[in-house]
Design a protein around this ligand. Structure first.
Ligand code: GLA
Ligand code: ZN
Length: 668
């Protein structure tokens, strides 16, 4: 399934920041670079609504005309992500209040209080006006609502809205007291208006945590919903005028504050902005792509990437020659149907003047970046629509759950170094390195299509999950879970009766105590074959309940007790990893899981190349990418095939230099 007729190739374009003479130069250069799409009107609210009752569309009309004449796929943004100055001045309530209780002034972006009726009214009006004016234009391919929704607000409007949200969720004040366990410290509330938002001046502990994680988790749910309501409001305004419009907003990978699985249900297509740092592992980038594909289980848009460098990280290294191309194909390999840059022309001032762009400050085509963009444009053009909508079949599902993410990181103890995304990534990395395809899945996914489900640090086990996981395993699935799992319910109250609570029966273990290790401390585990491996962070002290030990600890007072276990349950198996294993130890456990569950790499050969398969009704497309620093041989299975990008016939001597890519199509 695809939303597009061709691979969209372009990106954020802000001609409104430039004199008109520049526009025609841009178009000339874009033509040369095979650009066919532009995302416009992202930050133009101040220009199109210069005062409360005045709208000015002439310039946007001209921009849209110009791009339509070139037959662009236009991604039209609604401009509501940065408020105009007049709105702050006249309606101070639109400004956010931060966790420290400070009311913000005019400035910055992503700065509206999501529960401000004034902001909502004007954002909705703007979306409606844009839809009325432009939705008839057949070059408007996609609507881009707002931009990178995010952040929090702790103002009085939000506090009132939080109480309404809570009433809807809990119905009675007693239920709230119980959910948050407010009897602890006698923080019992009697009336709804006694409930305050979590903040530094109230329940706050440290930067963002509070004395009652239950309150913080509900605030996260509420804040995510508040921003989602903003999105839905604009989306519905566009839909009211243009019922078939394709509507998205750009997400940010594992961004913590928003429950993207919930968001994706409201979006027609997922789009996201990929900005890895110079030292981000390629497996992490791949995981984020898979997560973004997993949100809807469908191809996604790469709304933004830089053609060369960022400006907002500490060290904004350049992408090396060919790196942007390799990253772009990695993106397509994992499910993208578009490649879009931020941005098409480098801005003259403001904090992003050092941010990479297709056209640099020199203003000519004579740059390395422009040449690389042009080459990729040519290749994507010649690929045509063949790959659009192709799927990514996978037999391994890794659970990612935002509520669990919040709960795990808000909890006080046992080890504050525990980070959710890193925990998920270490499992993902194993499969990535083996070229075993993975789906990133929500807790309510259909598990029946997977051989293996991995649920690391499944700290929060909500109603219904026990039954769901048990039936997956009973029917022959392999479940991998481990420390800090099965601990709390959806309100962060402990599942009593022994850890890992609802997972205890299927895992066949009782965790009596959890030891926390400081960074300078470690333990080690010993596998049955005598192999040893270090472990860190947390050590579960485990009792076997009819299950077998895969590896035991070898020091501390719990030496010789089980650290990793394996339990047969129904026709399937549950692996429980009770400590933070170093890479080689985890690999050994996961080798066992893969062997037992018949998980196969995309090709049989062992290689350090990244290999990903996208599949259509007619064919499998193999992306072969070299993200290492060595020259690597082409796996034999591809010898004799044609590389769709270079059109070369691949010989037995063929090698891939760093950042080289080969794309091979094998018809079914
Ligand atoms: C984000 C924003 C863009 C731009 C880029 C810079 O993704 O959406 O407007 O600021 O970052 O990297
Ligand atoms: Zn607010």
């Amino acid at each position: 399934m695809t939303a597009f007729k061709r691979i969209l190739y372009g990106g954020d374009y802000n001609p409104n920041q430039w004199p008109r003479e520049t526009w025609s130069e841009d178009i000339e250069l874009f033509r040369k670079a095979n650009i066919n799409s532009a995302t416009i009107n992202v930050f133009s609210w101040a220009k199109i609504q210069p005062s409360e009752n005045e709208y000015y569309f002439d310039e946007l009309d001209d921009i849209i005309d110009m791009l339509s004449k070139e037959n662009y796929d236009i991604v039209l943004a609604t401009s509501t992500a940065a408020l105009p100055a007049w709105m702050f001045k006249k309606y101070p309530e639109v400004a956010r209040v931060d966790y420290q209780g400070r009311k913000h002034k005019f400035g910055q972006r992503h700065n509206a209080c999501p529960n401000s009726p004034v902001y909502q009214r004007y954002a909705q009006a703007l979306a409606t006006k844009l839809a009325e004016r432009y939705s008839g234009n057949k070059n408007i391919t996609c609507w881009h609502i707002n931009n990178e929704y995010g952040g929090e607000c702790y103002c009085d409007n939000c506090e009132k809205a939080f109480r309404v949200w809570l009433k809807d969720r809990y119905k009675t004040i007693d239920a709230v007291n119980k959910a948050w366990n407010l009897e602890f410290w006698g923080h019992t509330v009697y009336e709804w208006d006694e409930i305050v938002l979590p903040n530094a001046l109230g329940e706050g502990i440290g930067d963002t945590a509070t004395a009652f994680a239950g309150i913080s988790i509900d605030y996260c749910r509420f804040n995510s919903d508040s921003l989602l309501n903003n999105f839905k409001m604009e989306r519905d305004a566009v839909r009211a005028v243009s019922p078939n419009a394709l509507i998205t907003t750009n997400l940010m990978g594992t961004y913590k504050a928003l429950d993207y699985f919930k968001w994706a249900k409201e979006m027609d297509i997922v789009s996201w902005d990929n900005y890895p740092a110079y030292d981000t592992p390629w497996s992490m980038v791949a995981m984020c792509h898979d997560l973004m594909r997993g949100l809807k289980g469908q191809p996604f848009m790469l709304m933004e990437q830089t053609p060369s460098q960022q400006n907002w990280q500490a060290y904004n290294s350049l992408k090396k020659p060919n790196q942007m191309r390799a990253q772009s194909y990695q993106t397509i390999a994992h499910g993208a149907d578009t490649i879009q840059f931020f941005q098409l022309r480098r801005s003259v001032g403001g904090c992003e003047k050092f941010h990479g762009a297709v056209i640099g400050h020199v203003g000519t085509e004579d740059t390395r970046v422009f040449r690389e963009v042009t080459q990729l444009g040519k290749e994507l053009h010649s690929l045509g629509d063949e790959l659009l909508g192709a799927s990514n079949p996978a037999k391994v599902g890794i659970i990612f759950d935002w509520e669990n993410y919040w709960a795990l990181e808000y909890t006080c103890g046992p080890n504050s170094d525990l980070k959710y995304v890193d925990q998920i990534h270490q499992y993902y990395e194993y499969f990535y390195e083996k070229n075993i395809a993975v789906d990133m899945i929500p807790v309510d996914a259909d598990l029946s299509k997977y051989n293996v489900v991995v649920a690391p640090v499944l700290y929060m086990v909500k109603d219904g999950m026990q039954e769901k996981l048990e039936s997956f395993v009973e029917n022959g699935g392999a479940l991998v879970t481990g420390f800090m799992s099965g601990i709390v319910n959806e309100s962060d109250n402990v599942h009593l009766g022994g850890y890992p609570g609802p997972l205890r029966k299927m895992a066949g273990v009782w965790v009596e105590e959890i030891d926390a290790l400081a960074p300078e401390q470690c333990n080690a585990i010993r596998f049955a074959d005598g192999t040893e491996s270090t472990c860190h962070l947390l050590c579960d002290i485990i009792h076997l309940e009819g299950t077998e030990s895969v590896a035991d600890y070898n020091s501390n007072f719990y030496a010789s007790t089980p650290a990793v276990t394996k339990n047969s349950f129904g026709q399937g198996t549950v692996f429980y990893v009770g400590t933070q294993l170093e890479k080689q130890g985890l690999e050994k456990v996961l080798d066992l899981v893969s062997a037992e569950s018949g998980c196969k790499p995309i090709i049989d050969t062992t290689t350090n190349l990244e290999i990903v398969c996208r599949k259509t009704d007619k064919a499998c497309y193999y992306f072969v990418i070299n993200f290492t620093k060595e020259v690597l041989p082409l796996p034999e299975i591809f010898v004799g095939k044609t590389d769709l990008l270079s059109k070369d016939i691949l010989t037995a001597e063929y090698t891939l230099a760093p950042y080289d890519v080969v794309l091979v199509c094998v018809e079914d």
